[in-house]
Design a protein around this ligand. Structure first.
Ligand code: CMP
Length: 216
């Protein structure tokens, strides 16, 4: 048992060479060194030099983990961003949202203005994902009203999830109330920062897209 602990401790030490994130490096170091300390303590003749130094490494890394977590400031959101963040619930963390918001710009649409137009090809550099923060929108497919969108909904996630080069929106989305406020994220800039879980299956179309996306 104690021999396995010793081996595991050193194997973890070896694996640390493959870790690039300092946070994870410290966590692995704490685990590996703790095991070596335990291994030594369980020996009939403990090697205090090895156990002592490994213990020091554990303490230094625990201190750094604590210090790093305290020194990374919480991202600050504007009032409008704060409101949208709350609407998105637990699909996104504060840090993820702040990063995403950094890519975006706020846009306002008046009644009847289009956020997307069914079948109208959008070049990848111009494709945007809209997070609705205020107001109502209507979704038309084949000229028929198929859904109403309220704050917390998205527009453009189907195109994003399908990862098409040239996207042709699956529906026309228009503002249905004055002053529809949206955070517009240019997809080519934010590509790696948007995860599927953030988009949540908000409509049957979207659920289908997510299913298609995940099985590919
Ligand atoms: N049935 C629906 N319910 C809610 N939103 C939809 C529906 N169909 C399409 N949309 C939205 O309208 C958008 C049009 O562009 P996308 O196809 O990229 O992404 C689509 C969704 O965001």
């Amino acid at each position: 048992m104690s021999t396995s602990l010793g081996h595991l401790g050193y194997i973890i030490g070896l694996l640390e060479y493959g870790v690039t994130d300092i946070w994870w490096l410290r966590i692995w170091a704490v685990c590996g060194c703790s095991m070596v300390v335990l291994f030594q303590v369980l020996q009939p003749r403990c090697q205090f030099l090895s156990a002592g130094w490994c213990f020091v490494y554990v303490i230094v890394n625990l201190f750094q983990l604590h210090w790093v977590s305290l020194s990374v400031p919480e991202p600050r959101l504007s009032e409008e961003e704060e409101k949208l963040f709350k609407l998105l619930g637990d699909t996104v963390t504060l840090r993820e949202f702040a990063d995403l918001a950094g890519f975006g710009e706020w846009e306002t649409f008046g009644p009847g203005e289009r956020l997307s137009e069914e079948g109208k090809v959008v070049e990848p550099e111009k494709a945007k994902l809209y997070f609705i923060a205020e107001g109502q929108c209507q979704v038309f497919s084949g000229g028929r009203l198929v859904a109403k969108l309220s704050p917390g909904s998205f527009v453009g996630e189907v195109g994003y999830l399908l990862h098409e080069g040239l996207h042709s929106p699956s529906a026309t989305v228009t503002a249905a109330s004055p002053g529809v406020r949206c955070l517009a994220i240019p997809l080519h800039e934010a590509q790696g920062s948007i995860e599927i879980r953030m988009l949540g299956p908000s409509s049957p179309d979207v659920s289908r897209s997510i299913a298609r996306f995940e099985c590919c």
